[in-house]
Design a protein around this ligand. Structure first.
Ligand code: MN
Length: 388
């Protein structure tokens, strides 16, 4: 019998984390929860510990550690801070790391997991956006592997099974378009937080939901796809597909196109990232073509959704440019969510930050980390000028 695989979930109280736990609990003879991590969702983490009895957990501060310790004593190991995330991503007994951290903080734990030859089921897209060149280089000299959880990249990954990447002529990333793809641009300034948090098809965390509304999410995914599949920007296209049924497509040199379809359900890509190259049963809602009736497609408007063209620009610039863009976006989204800026300021802030900070070509990891904090500091200290 095959050995039960030990899994670490970084970010277990978020939407991907909770879906992952559901998938894992369906296969007690295949998978076991080894470590969990949470930042703000401590009450939820307390419940997850009760249910899954992990070896240990990582939390971000001493106060959270005290809460856990008071309830569970020494029955669960407690790690604190970013060092804790690195530890549970690389511990020797761990086979698979599900990285569903939000933002740049997901980068170093991914690197630690690569260094320790883990399978990484990657939902944290900022890892590849900020440091794609470094990550892909590291993967080449490691037994580690990255299997994407992001639904578009999982779709492409599934379409590529058994194929030669040299025979790919195009990747076609689908985008729902978010809640505003039909709205006139002059109304973007008055978009409220609750409007922006209402994604038509997917239930996700706040940061990615805002990214979906600005289409920065698709921009990040283009960069992610470029690194994951080692294809140039010219071979990566985006099409608006409001129903989110086709999760993405691959066109081959003979003109044949493969697609992966299904009702939006993150459990499918999560489970596939764990089970690949095998497939296991999943009681997901099955596609009913009679109910579906139609699927529609539109060209994305990059003048309206400036974040998309900023992402293209960052990828063309190369070096630290995607890291700078990502950092400025993370801060801009936080500012929007705390009602400090209007929705239309998000791309403005990112653009000005990208123009103001010097790009380092072929950066080291340290230079990427520095570019990230430089961009964050730039936005925070210049915010009044940036939104003028
Ligand atoms: Mn996605």
């Amino acid at each position: 019998m095959e050995k039960v695989k030990n899994i670490t979930i970084l970010g277990s109280t978020g939407s991907i984390g909770e879906n992952s736990l559901e998938v894992i609990s369906n296969f007690p003879d295949k998978y076991r929860v080894a470590y969990l991590s949470a930042n703000k969702g401590i009450p939820k983490l307390v419940e997850q510990i009760r249910k899954f009895r992990p070896i240990g957990v990582a939390v971000m501060d001493q106060a959270s550690a005290d809460v856990i310790h008071k309830i569970y004593g020494d029955t669960v190991k407690i790690y604190i801070g970013e060092e804790g995330l690195n530890t549970i991503a690389s511990n020797v007994e761990v086979d698979i790391v599900i990285n569903s951290l939000v933002g740049f903080i997901g980068l170093i734990p991914t690197i630690k997991a690569i260094e320790s030859n883990k399978r990484i089921a990657l939902a944290n897209k900022e890892t590849l956006v900020a440091a794609g060149n470094i990550i892909t280089k590291m993967l080449k000299s490691s037994r580690a592997e990255i299997i994407p959880i992001d639904s578009e990249h999982s779709a492409i990954f599934q379409c590529l099974v058994g194929e030669d990447i040299n025979n790919v002529s195009r990747l076609i990333l689908t985008a729902s378009g978010g809640p505003f793809w039909k709205m006139e641009k002059e109304n973007f300034a008055s978009i409220t937080i609750s409007q922006a948090l209402k994604h038509p098809n997917w239930k996700m965390g706040n940061k990615i939901t805002i990214d979906s509304a600005t289409l920065m999410n698709k921009g990040l995914e283009i960069i992610e796809a470029h690194h994951l599949f080692n294809l140039p920007l010219e071979k990566i296209e985006v099409v608006i597909h409001p129903q989110s049924i086709i999760h993405s497509m691959v066109e081959f040199v003979d003109g044949s196109i493969k697609a992966q379809l299904g009702y939006p359900d993150m459990k499918i890509p999560i489970q596939y990232a764990l089970s690949y190259p095998e497939r296991f049963p999943l009681s997901s809602l099955r596609l009913n073509f009679n109910d579906l009736k139609q699927m529609t497609f539109f060209e994305p408007d990059i003048d309206k959704f400036e974040c998309l063209s900023l992402a293209y620009k960052a990828l063309v610039n190369g070096g630290t440019s995607p890291a700078i863009m990502n950092a400025a976006n993370e801060i801009a989204v936080e500012l929007f969510l705390s009602q400090k800026i209007s929705f239309d300021m998000i791309p403005k802030i990112i653009q000005k930050t990208m123009e103001s900070i010097k790009i380092i070509p072929e950066p080291t990891l340290e230079e990427i980390i520095k570019a990230d904090s430089e961009a964050r500091n730039f936005v925070i200290s210049n915010i009044n000028n940036l939104i003028r």
